[in-house]
Design a protein around this ligand. Structure first.
Ligand SMILES: [Zn+2]
Ligand SMILES: [Zn+2]
Ligand SMILES: [Zn+2]
Length: 786
């Protein structure tokens, strides 16, 4: 070799971190090395992908560049380090065996919806995987739900029981095949199989269980279907009786169900799908997206109103496993798909467990023999102002971490109660768990505990600090306190401070903000129930700069379940007994005796906790107008008040264009009065004028829809005014909005547009739910600074 040629040789040791295993990264590296005529090797470790390449200097440089710019679609590169050294004289390029390292961890890919190439095979009668419901490749399929430990190799997954046939093995071994090292690789000859059984567990024989299940669905039957992260309950979404039966058996009288439709064209027949919503629906994450229901959907082929009673948004998703694709095509109509559980229990996972827990709900089970290791509900998202926001973060999002703007300690945040999650922090990451559920029963607590153990093991985290809510009765708080008995440091975190901190972390912010935390319930630092809070906050501290005035909730939880009690309590407290006019719709709910009880509860402070909650104010107005006096699910009264306001806006405008809706929303600026008073440096919003103006409007015959719009305008205006006052004294011009009330899209849009026109920089949630599903993240980041 000439001296010149030797000088142009270059060698590089490269480490790539991020989601780079199980996503076709090594074959990509192999292909890239071959293309540039480089020698060396690549392998997975517990921490990264290590690469060694050598060849012409220019080719090595090109390789380094393309490694990042041409990475496969599911790879998520966090960090690349490169060191150059003299060439070692490799003869070829090879993919070496994975190496496990003690104490090291790497990010794990969430499950991924079926890719187009696999779908093509699935639907092709000539293909050996035609109609095979477990078809997958390195670009799609199950990941997190089948992983028991890392590194991600087949023996560490629930696929280890299936021995690949020679054809599958050949695909698995060929670096140029789409299934090279696809750990769940399978085919009809060697992989998992589906079976149809009745609710007694008896096998229904026949060659085609999916076609048989689809026939039963068309006949109005309810079928439990084993999916990626658990069982889903399915029925024909166009069949009123089937949907009602499912509601009855599942003990869920009106909480909306999600539906699954065959493809994006069908989604567009049922909903007004914006381009951003289309992107989200068809993304590899394939979440449930809440989209405007088409009012003009022909009832003959339309989705039953029973699917989402009184709502104008429909939770809709596309098939995300091969089994779903076949089932939806066979059935030819939209299917309700809802978590396989009885009311608030965790989603059923194993075949035996499903038979035990769900046989009273369903007629048949479509089961299979690929075990699910992690329970995983469907994720739910919305698109607002062009960006997606997660309402429930689970399938296809967790356990991908939130990147933190600081180096974190090892901390566990235990969350609150409803829609709970937990969060573990380490390095620059916050590993926010998938949605666990309402922590109200032992099954959910067990799911919580075992999932914490899994995350600790996978990401090598041993928490040195445990953060929890101030509420002493939450199961999550008790869980934290039990861990604290072993001497580990406990950090109690105020609920609304946690909401704002989670919004900061969601946006990678570190500077203090004006935090608007609006929700239903959260234990305050003074022992009262907070929920209409204006804070000045960062990760270290918060100051309560303002809040809604305290009002009694007669009967406590009774008032939350029956908002008419809240409304009557507010009227009695703010306007006196004379305002309790029998003409008010809310008065139809309570007889004289109950009103006497409510009066006594308030006067004598018997079981009437004080609350500054914005959620309760929405409840009270909804009940006052006769929209919703008693609720079947959390937030229902407030949601239906929002729907009333929306129908007033929509009635006057063409509904399909988001921009026109925006104009319609900002076009109406009618507001109600309220007063802001200062008490020991805290600004308090007094609601007497607001309540009396609402009642006056009602007596003047103003429609409840129009009152609902005015009320939304008032709250948005109130937020803007309070933020301006707080900005005046603090000099802060950044506002963070968090708490479940901001799932109200009408309020969110109005608020953001007002704040922005006042010159504020506004931060809302994106990756993390604004509801209590984000609390654990807020707790964990705050505890990092405690
Ligand atoms: Zn695929
Ligand atoms: Zn096979
Ligand atoms: Zn909350």
């Amino acid at each position: 070799m000439s001296k010149v040629a030797r000088q142009s040789l270059k060698s590089a040791s490269i480490s790539v971190r991020g989601i780079v295993q199980g996503v076709g990264f090594r074959p990509f590296v192999y292909g890239l090395a071959v293309k540039h005529n480089l020698k060396g090797w690549v392998y997975n470790t517990s921490e990264d992908v290590k690469i060694e390449v050598e060849g012409e200097a220019e080719a090595v440089e090109q390789f380094e560049l393309e490694l990042e710019t041409k990475a496969p679609p599911l790879a998520h590169i966090e960090n690349v380090t490169i060191e150059h050294h003299p060439p070692l004289g490799y003869k070829n390029f090879e993919i070496r065996h994975s190496q496990a390292q003690e104490g090291k961890y790497q990010l794990i890919s969430p499950d991924v919806a079926t890719c187009q190439a696999c779908l093509g095979e699935l639907l092709n009668p000539e293909d050996r995987r035609y109609r095979y419901p477990f078809t997958n490749c390195t670009n799609c399929g199950p990941r997190f739900t089948i992983i028991e430990d890392m590194p991600y190799d087949r023996p560490q997954t629930t696929m280890r029981y299936f021995q690949m046939c020679p054809q599958c093995q050949a695909e698995y071994d060929n670096p140029l095949d789409r299934r090279f090292h696809a750990q769940p690789n399978a085919c009809p000859k060697c992989g998992p199989q589906v079976e149809l059984v009745n609710n007694q567990g008896n096998l229904i024989t026949g060659s085609n269980p999916i076609a048989a299940a689809s026939q039963l669905l068309k006949e109005g039957k309810i079928v439990a279907i084993k999916g990626l992260g658990g069982f889903l309950l399915a029925c024909d979404a166009t069949n009123d009786t089937a949907v009602k039966t499912l509601r009855q058996r599942k003990k869920r009288s009106s909480k909306p169900f999600a539906i699954m439709v065959t493809d994006i064209d069908e989604a567009k027949r049922h909903c007004h799908v914006s381009p951003e919503e289309e992107n989200l629906l068809t993304s590899p994450q394939s979440p449930i997206v809440l989209i405007r229901w088409r009012e003009d959907s022909p009832t003959s082929v339309g989705v039953s109103r029973e699917v989402a009673p009184n709502l104008r948004f429909l939770g809709i998703m596309l098939p995300y496993t091969p089994l779903h694709h076949i089932l939806l095509r066979d059935t030819g109509r939209p299917l309700v798909m809802t978590s396989g559980n009885l009311s608030e229990e965790p989603i059923a996972r194993d075949n035996d467990e499903a038979l035990r827990r769900l046989s009273g709900i369903v007629d048949y089970f479509l089961i299979h023999n690929r075990d699910i290791y992690s329970r995983y509900d469907d994720s739910v998202a919305i698109v607002e102002r062009g960006t997606s926001q997660l309402i429930r973060r689970a399938r296809s999002y967790a356990p991908y971490p939130i990147r933190l703007p600081f180096e974190a300690k090892q901390v566990l945040g235990c969350g609150a109660e409803e829609k709970n999650t937990f969060c573990l922090t380490k390095d620059n990451y916050a590993f926010l768990s998938q949605h666990i559920g309402d922590m109200e029963n032992m099954e959910t607590l067990e799911h919580f505990d075992s999932t914490i153990s899994l995350y600790k093991r996978l990401f090598h985290i041993e928490p040195e600090i445990i953060a929890h809510d101030l509420h002493p009765d939450y199961l999550a708080t008790k869980y934290a306190q039990e861990l604290g008995e072993s001497g580990i440091k406990l950090v109690p975190v105020q609920h609304h401070h946690a909401h704002i901190a989670s919004c900061l972390a969601d946006n990678g912010l570190e500077s203090p903000v004006i935090g608007v935390a609006f929700d239903g319930t959260g234990m305050g630092a003074d022992g009262n129930i907070w929920g209409g809070e204006f804070l000045v906050a960062d990760y270290c501290n918060f100051r309560r700069a303002g809040h809604l005035e305290y009002l009694p909730l007669p009967g406590g939880t009774a008032a939350i379940k029956r908002p008419y009690r809240t409304a009557i309590g507010y009227i009695l407290t703010l306007l006196g007994e004379n305002a309790l006019n029998r003409d008010l719709p809310v008065m139809r709910k309570a007889d004289d005796m109950e009103i006497e009880v409510i009066k006594r509860q308030i006067e004598r402070r018997i079981n009437s906790p004080l609350s500054s909650s914005m959620g309760r104010l929405f409840d009270a107005i909804s009940a006052l107008l006769g929209i919703r006096g008693e609720i079947d699910y959390e937030g229902q009264a407030a949601v239906e008040l929002e729907m009333a306001a929306l129908s007033s806006v929509i009635a006057r405008h063409v509904p399909s264009e988001a921009r026109e809706l925006d104009e319609a929303i900002s076009g109406n600026n009618e507001r109600y009065p309220y007063r802001i008073v200062e008490d020991e440096g805290i600004r308090i919003v007094r609601l007497k004028d607001l309540l009396s103006a609402v009642i006056e409007d009602f007596h003047h015959g103003i429609s409840k829809e129009r009152i609902a719009v005015r009320f939304h305008n008032t709250i948005a205006g109130m937020i803007d005014e309070m933020c301006q006052l707080i900005a005046g004294e603090s000099g802060i011009s950044q506002v963070a909005l968090s708490g479940g009330v901001f799932q109200n899209r009408l309020l969110l849009r109005k608020t953001v547009s007002l704040l922005e026109s006042s010159g504020f920089q506004v931060f809302t949630h994106k990756q993390v739910p604004c509801n209590d599903g984000g609390i654990s993240l807020g707790q964990a980041v705050i505890a990092n600074f405690a």
